[in-house]
Design a protein around this ligand. Structure first.
Ligand code: 5RP
Length: 228
């Protein structure tokens, strides 16, 4: 679905910068993806070097495993509220609307990022766009509903495909046991409306449009960061 090896110094700069916003005692939402990997790593380094005490709520098995590797204590939304969530994105527009889900983790990401008091998005410059839509919108669906959801999405004007796994035969199965349909719209005029419309199709679990949730965007470049 995406090349996570590119722009790694820009991703690292963004992830490490976001870790500067972490304060002693915080509960953190831990996003998913190659950029967030650097954020979690730097939080782990701060725990080791500065002795700060934080807890993390992962948004995927990927972020859980990275957090464990860095000895970040794990908690859940059942037990704690979230002070700060940091997550990557596949597209960020000029009004801070996002497309997420390139790693098929957008359902848990949306739950965690939405629950946070503060939500920081970390991206490299290639993710910044004037308006959303070059990247298809990932739509997580219950497997039994996938054909019907695809029909409904096509009626809304999207070109769709079920996301296929790369080192497994058949479709990608999300951490929640579902399929992902990648829905490409020619134009997304209103991300907020499309986000609601997609979730009103029976069988849709969650879609990858995150409208009006973001507090800050940190853009990594090869030699530093910019903040919006
Ligand atoms: C996973 C996501 C990721 O945050 C998004 O795909 C960005 O990933 P990366 O930082 O690897 O480019 O939404 O579902």
């Amino acid at each position: 679905m995406k090349d996570t090896s590119s722009n790694s110094s820009a991703k690292k700069n963004a992830g490490y910068k976001a870790a500067e916003y972490v304060e002693d005692g915080m509960v953190l939402g831990l996003g998913t993806g190659s950029t967030t990997h650097f954020f979690i790593e730097k939080v782990g380094m701060r725990i080791k070097e500065e002795g700060i005490k934080v807890m993390g709520i992962p948004t995927s098995f990927q972020s859980l495993l990275i957090a464990k590797e860095w000895n970040i204590p794990i908690t859940t939304l059942e037990e704690h509220d979230i002070d700060l969530s940091v997550d990557g994105a596949d597209e960020v527009d000029s009004e801070f609307n996002l497309i997420k889900g390139g790693g098929a983790a957008h359902t848990k990401e949306k739950i965690v990022d939405y629950a946070a008091d503060q939500f920081i998005v970390i991206v490299d410059e290639s993710k910044v766009v004037e308006s959303l839509g070059a990247f298809p919108v990932p739509v997580e669906v219950l497997p039994d509903a996938s054909r019907m959801v695809m029909k409904a999405l096509e009626d809304m004007g999207a070109t769709c495909e079920i996301r296929m796994a790369q080192r497994k035969d058949g479709p990608v199965i999300t951490d929640n046991g579902n399929f992902v349909i990648d829905a490409k719209f020619d134009e997304i005029e209103s991300p907020a409306h499309l986000e609601i419309d997609l979730n009103s199709i029976p069988g849709v679990v969650e879609n990858g449009i995150f409208s009006q949730m973001v507090d800050k965007v940190i853009i990594g470049t090869d030699d530093g960061t910019k903040e919006l």
